[in-house]
Design a protein around this ligand. Structure first.
Ligand SMILES: Cc1cc2nc3c(=O)[nH]c(=O)nc-3n(C[C@H](O)[C@H](O)[C@H](O)COP(=O)(O)OP(=O)(O)OC[C@H]3O[C@@H](n4cnc5c(N)ncnc54)[C@H](O)[C@@H]3O)c2cc1C
Length: 435
């Protein structure tokens, strides 16, 4: 214990990915004191680990979801020169997406955290909650100077993996319920690509080239489809193709091994693109992932488990906090197949209920982002970064309602929450149409 470094705050946000960013900004703007602990050296989470990955599902039914995601996008689009733009996605069944300059986007997110007054602690890990029955009394955190204690009134777990929630007693399942989790991915960019030549082939997955590379032993067998997309800057191509299967994202040893293996395969793919694919001859590799991006680990049990059947029916929940129309984007969960089948008809969408962000048994804990309570089908659709950011915004806003009323998170008036989020510019929730 280190009394000088210990902190008492209204809200502790664990994890500075897109969900943690949304939660921290929203809570702080409600006048709450917020500390955000992020175990790596950068804000963004998967967005930082796979630099330049587009924000998908930002436009269900071709309308922006609003809220903090829209504010961030506007800030980037209005820069001179613009640092973001809306583009159609080249892959099947995905709606338009936002591409952006990665460094300017993460800098802007950091500035928004600063401007909101969030106490951001990078390179700081939340280790262990201290419980008093169904209440988190404090959370032990650790940085290079040792451990310190954060005593929050509310904890928002945005860690992607839910270490703190599970240690607080929230039950969970992993992956598809049988322990199969989606592949982890090492991404990179190719810089100096001739876009016209590279994308002259109408096949968005470059399958013929990939088949030749695999046949000749120059590409790994799991590279049957090459996910190559125009990056934000002309001549850059984002390569989201190298997936490692069967990796437990909560095991640091497995993540280290997958990162090394992923980097090897990225280098192999970059070399192949240069030698074999038109347009890539004079390009070079850049922005190689510092670590693999993890899609799926624990799914926490919440008050409501969002189901694939809810999505298919386009359910708009009374306590819905964000809209989504993403396909069921499954990446190599049980075998090498990658599918993104549409789940709602074009022009329709569903909403994610607030109850999927609330545990049954801990009174001052919420969770947001890819640890949302969802079955395997629903999870494969809801996990886009815009939705994670909006889930964070909902929990950060909900924290203020709970503290103002001195109630548990399970008792939050969801109608009041939806009204406040609508006031903040989140669109298409609580009976409003997505316009
Ligand atoms: C390879 C890949 C490609 C994808 N492609 C797309 C795409 O094109 N478009 C799209 O919109 N979405 C995409 N997704 C999905 C999306 O990126 C993720 O679902 C989303 O970023 C998850 O956000 P999050 O904030 O919930 O979690 P994460 O981004 O995982 O962030 C969690 C953060 O918590 C930190 N953390 C964890 N434990 C602790 C702890 N104990 N203490 C402190 N910090 C901690 C981590 O370091 C991390 O920064 C992709 C995902 C992957 C992996």
């Amino acid at each position: 214990m280190n009394l000088q470094r210990d902190k008492e705050v209204d809200v502790l946000v664990v994890g500075g990915g897109t969900a943690g960013f949304g939660a921290s900004v929203a809570a702080s703007r409600q006048g709450l004191s917020v500390i955000l602990v992020e175990s790596t050296s950068k804000v963004g989470g998967v967005m930082a680990f796979c630099p330049g990955m587009p924000w998908g599902a930002a436009y269900p039914a071709d309308r922006i979801i609003g809220g903090i995601l829209e504010e961030l996008t506007n800030r980037l689009e209005r820069m001179d020169p613009p640092a973001a733009e809306k583009r159609p996605c080249t892959l099947d069944n995905f709606g338009p997406e936002i591409v952006y300059d990665h460094d300017i986007a993460t800098l802007t997110m950091f500035e928004m955290l600063e401007q909101s007054g969030v106490d951001v602690r990078l390179n700081t890990c939340a280790i262990e909650p201290s419980m008093s029955k169904s209440w988190i009394e404090s959370v032990n955190c650790f940085d290079r100077n040792g451990s310190f204690k954060v005593t929050p009134k509310i904890v928002i777990d945005c860690s992607g993996d839910g270490d703190i929630s599970s240690k607080a007693g929230v039950s969970f399942s992993k992956g598809d319920g049988n322990g199969n989790t989606m592949g982890v991915t090492c991404s990179f960019h190719m810089i100096g690509v001739n876009w016209e030549d590279a994308f002259s082939d109408p096949d968005p997955y470059f399958t013929q080239h990939a088949a030749r590379g695999i046949r000749e032993g120059r590409l790994h067998a799991d590279l049957a489809k090459l996910y190559l997309m125009r990056g934000f800057h002309k001549g850059s191509v984002f390569c989201n193709s190298v997936h490692i299967r069967g990796v437990d994202g909560t095991d640091p040893t497995a993540i280290s091994a997958a990162t090394q293996e992923g980097r090897r395969r990225c280098h192999q793919l970059a070399t192949f693109l240069q030698s074999d694919v038109p347009g890539f001859t004079n390009s070079h590799m850049a922005l190689l992932s510092p670590t693999v991006g993890v899609r799926e680990t624990r799914k926490l049990d919440g008050v409501y488990r969002l189901k694939g059947s809810d999505l298919a029916r386009g359910v708009k929940f009374a306590d819905g906090i964000v809209c989504c129309d993403n396909p069921v984007d499954d990446v190599m969960r049980s075998d090498a197949s990658m599918t993104h089948e549409a789940i709602v008809q074009k022009g329709n969408y569903y909403t994610i209920p607030f109850r999927s962000l609330i545990p049954v048994n801990v009174a001052n804990l919420m969770f947001a982002g890819r640890i949302v309570c969802a079955d395997d089908v629903a999870f494969a659709s809801v996990r886009g970064m815009p939705q994670c950011m909006a889930m964070g915004q909902a929990t950060g806003t909900a924290a203020a309602l709970a503290l103002r009323e001195k109630i548990s998170v399970q008792e939050i008036d969801t109608a009041a929450l939806v009204a406040e989020l609508t006031h903040q510019g989140v669109k298409g929730i609580g009976g409003h149409s997505l316009r």
